[in-house]
Write a protein that binds this ligand. Structure first.
Ligand code: ADP
Ligand code: ZN
Length: 295
């Protein structure tokens, strides 16, 4: 039985067909342009297969409340052509199969909790540090959802006293995303992150902000594993800096080996590497299929 998965990112779309064990049978990716063009490619890809259900992990904000009239819409995105785009409705019309819909980071958290580095744990947090910062959480085995999906990238952090950069978030200026996303690094230092590998001060400041955020997530959600993905986290040298900063902020207040001697196994890279999001999207499809079987 095959499922379809769409990882709808602001930069690129990944589409895959896979089985219920998370094995990907075929996968394609293409840049995110305008909906007419991008969705045509999505539809062409899936037409080749007979799929039972689909899952979409989407960039946001998006409407994940099944009772809402705009359920399955990408809502207030700064990517204007995609604003209020009914992605679920468009795919439903063509394929008429059950469709699961959630954020890209919630999908990635689900992928990691099911087949990745948090396998066997009933909670984890997946955070992407890329063009934006976003996080998804699995808590008690379920994706965390309230009024809507969490927006953990926009929390406020304490500024480093030497950091005079104004911040890049159009809504909050110097929230976490405003200070620590890939574009914030590029604007502050005048070069892309990938060209700043040898500049230790760049990664020390980055770890200073990320560690504050992680500490707040730990204190509020108490996840059993924290997974950091996204383009900026390709700089593996940030990990030990984050570990040290988190330990310092917690200051032995919480007495767990995950927050002391074993912190390098607690705050980690995705076990599924770049496939966390697409694997989770397939799982959203599987969940949607199982829901329809139930009733
Ligand atoms: P998106 O968030 O758009 O889905 P990515 O997760 O790849 O895509 O994040 C893109 C951001 O990550 C860009 O701002 C880019 O400059 C930054 N980035 C990509 N590779 C690296 C790298 N090796 N080191 C530091 N930053 C990087
Ligand atoms: Zn913000």
């Amino acid at each position: 039985m095959f499922y379809g998965g769409v990882e709808a990112g602001g930069t690129k779309f990944v589409c895959a067909v896979g089985d219920e064990h998370g094995n990907i049978i075929e996968q394609v990716q293409f840049p995110t342009t305008v909906p007419e063009e991008t969705m045509q490619k999505v539809i062409e890809f899936f037409r080749k297969f007979e799929i039972k259900a689909m899952g979409i992990g989407s960039f946001g904000p998006c409407d994940i409340d099944p009772d809402s009239s705009t359920y399955g819409y990408i809502t207030s995105t700064p990517k204007i052509p995609w604003k209020n785009y009914p992605i679920v409705r468009v795919l439903k019309k063509v394929f008429n199969v059950p469709i699961g819909f959630n954020t890209d980071v919630n999908a990635a958290a689900l992928g990691e909790a099911t087949f990745g580095t948090a396998k066997g744990l009933d909670s984890c947090l997946y955070i992407t540090i890329g063009t934006g910062i976003g996080a998804g959480a699995v808590i008690h085995g379920n994706l965390l959802q309230g009024l809507s999906h969490p927006e953990m990238g926009h929390i406020l952090v304490r500024r480093h006293p030497d950091d005079t950069y104004q911040g890049k978030c159009p809504y909050h200026r110097d929230c976490l995303e405003g200070l620590a996303s890939g574009p914030a690094i590029e604007e502050r230092w005048g070069k892309k992150g990938s060209e700043l590998t040898d500049r230790q001060e760049v990664w020390e400041l980055e770890a200073f902000y990320i560690a504050q955020a992680l500490t707040q997530y730990i204190l509020i959600l108490s996840p059993k594993k924290i997974i950091l993905g996204g383009g900026v986290m390709k700089q593996k040298r940030i990990f030990p800096l984050i570990h040290e900063n988190v330990k310092q902020i917690i200051n032995n207040y919480l007495d767990f080996r995950e927050l002391s001697s074993h912190i390098d196994e607690y705050i980690v890279s995705p076990g599924l590497e770049d496939n966390a999001g697409i694997t989770g999207s397939l799982l959203l499809g599987k969940q949607a299929y199982q829901e329809t079987k139930k009733g």
